[in-house]
Design a protein around this ligand. Structure first.
Ligand code: FES
Length: 330
């Protein structure tokens, strides 16, 4: 396999003999803009910075500093390519989009599944694990994790709303009324722009599951085959609103293990739920020196987990959560 480094993003993927570079990038989860896949549209253009490449259209070697189309190029050794259209994780700039409401349905006593369609979908590039804001007129933006993977056409959200949670309920009311809504996306650096080179530990509390769903859907679409463990903590059984989906992933995808943590199973005092979830994660006995952790939930849960895992030997740079960005510790 030949190592291909993309500049300036620094993303890396591997290409075998006979692989076109566009397919090899896609298998590693690297999102390269493409259309014709036949060397005609020139959307997948890059510049060769170093290494030997074959142009499969004319069977000629490409010279350093010449441009190439990834869909019609094969690596003959390790390569360095310049491609500005590929972003490092979380480096894509947020923009406003008008989205059409396709579906809003209740999937538990207080969670709604929302599906949105972007007419300008091809102009949107985001990474698995990022989030968006719903911008209603005369209201503060409301932030939600994107639950779908970047490969999917529509955007999926899981919104927890109750009548006393006014801002989320307003969003659900507006979406239920149909029509269009203004979104701003993508946001967040706790995301994946390529497959990690180590096992994954995903830890979600409540609707933090949405972010994990985006990551799992993304990893399943690549050739990633290292162990993935998902801990999902909820207060009561009825709060685990897509338990059957997580169980289905476990049946269908061998690297994946689902580990539900339910407050009701121990006692009804959810005041201890952070310790319960963190305790279950620690007891899993993973190799903390060789795992990448993504966590989604309240700041208390995320920081309790981060401190416990770092104490157990996890390198700080292997822990990812949006909480570190939007609720930094003083
Ligand atoms: S996708 Fe059109 S030239 Fe590669």
């Amino acid at each position: 396999m030949h190592r291909v480094v993309l500049k300036p993003s620094g993303l890396v993927f591997y290409a075998g003999p006979g692989d076109d570079l566009l397919s090899a990038a896609a298998r590693a989860g690297v999102d390269v803009p493409a259309a014709c896949r036949n060397g005609v549209c020139e959307i997948c253009e890059a510049r060769l910075m170093a290494g030997p490449v074959l142009n499969t259209r004319n069977q000629q070697k490409i010279l350093v500093s010449e441009r190439l189309m990834l869909c019609r190029s094969q690596a003959l050794g390790d390569l360095e390519l310049e491609i500005n259209a590929v972003m490092a994780a979380g480096n894509n700039q947020p923009r406003k989009f008008q989205a059409k409401v396709v579906d809003v349905r209740s999937i538990s006593h207080d969670v709604y599944r929302v599906e949105l369609q972007l007419p300008r979908r091809r102009e949107l590039s985001f990474h698995a694990g990022q989030y968006l804001s719903v911008n209603l007129p005369d209201a503060e933006p409301c932030y939600f994790s994107i639950a779908s993977s970047p490969a999917e056409q529509n955007i999926e959200l899981h919104i927890q709303a109750t009548p006393d949670w006014v801002s989320a309920q307003k969003v659900i009311d507006a979406l239920t009324a149909g029509g269009e809504v203004t979104l701003e996306l993508p946001h967040g650096k706790a995301c994946l722009a390529t497959v990690p080179d180590k096992p994954m530990l995903l830890v979600a509390a409540g609707t933090g599951f949405a972010q994990m769903k985006s990551l799992v859907d993304y990893l399943r679409s690549t050739d990633y085959n290292q162990p993935v463990r998902l801990f999902w903590g909820v207060r009561r059984h009825e709060d685990m609103y897509l338990r059957s989906l997580a169980q289905q992933w476990q049946q269908e995808w061998p690297p994946f293990t689902f580990l539900p943590v339910v407050g009701d199973d121990e006692d009804n005092d959810w005041g201890g739920h952070h310790d319960q979830l963190v305790g279950a994660v620690l007891a899993s006995g993973m190799d903390w020196g060789n795992v990448e952790v993504h966590a989604s939930g309240s700041p208390t849960m995320v920081y309790t987990l981060m401190d416990a895992l770092i104490d157990a030997g996890l390198p700080e740079q292997a822990f990812f959560s949006d909480v570190l960005e939007y609720a930094p510790r003083k």
